[in-house]
Design a protein around this ligand. Sequence first.
Ligand code: PXL
Length: 287
Amino acid sequence: MLNRPPRVVAIHDLSGFGRCSLSVILPVLSAMGVQVCPVPTAILSTHTGGFGEVELRDLTDYTLPALDHYKRLGLDFECVYSGFLSSAEQIDHCISFIQAYPQALAMVDPVMGDHGKLYRTCTADIRRGMGRLVSMAQVITPNLTEAFLLLGKDYDHTPLTSGAAKSMLARLSEQGPGRVVITGVTLATGEYANIGYDREHNAYWKASGDYVPASYPGTGDIFASVLTGSFMMGDSLPMALDRATRYTELTIKTTFGFSTDSREGVMLERTLEWLTHREVPQRYRPL
Ligand code: PXL
């Protein structure tokens, strides 16, 4: 039994404006009672989604020395959680973290793109290397664009039958991770859902939400962070899937009502309190 909060090492970028990556990962996990130790992969003035020329400082030479320091200190982590990477070398650095903490949950958000397009920082080398990182993960959380990239298929956003959705999840799981979650899927039933597969129980799940006609950066980071926090709280995959879906939906809807510039991201300052209530999620369904 731990006599301290669970501890997650979070290997993501720090974007100063626009509410994504570490700017949202830290508050979300803290609100869930989880300690976050950030290892920034890069520092950016804003995210790359629409603010023009971004100031970016790559921190590739920082990751491994930070790991060495943590090893010297004898620090333990219950989870290694990676996301946006600014160089292909950082793939190997994330793998080094995963190998250094074999007892920790290896959670990989394979951040590469969205809406059928690669982020402009995602080089061919990062894209190629992401498969290796995914093969080391226990949990992955691609969006639909990233799921197709990992499967080596062209992006296709036609609604998925339940059979096709299950097959995508199972094929991603064959790449290594025992738990796979794909976000932002339109199902043939008309539902807008996040879907998941738990290989140990051969169980497929969905958590659907209302579609909101706006798109905000950072919502994938918020979703994956709530999922991570839920696993740290001991939730099952469907509970974690539902908790992450509910919180992301609540935050998007809250923001949509303020009609803000979508580039500024979502107003989690208004909703973080919801996470502290630790509601028991119950709106998940079999896929
Ligand atoms: O939320 C994903 C993300 C993370 N980090 C940076 C980004 C984005 C998406 O645009 O630009 C820097």
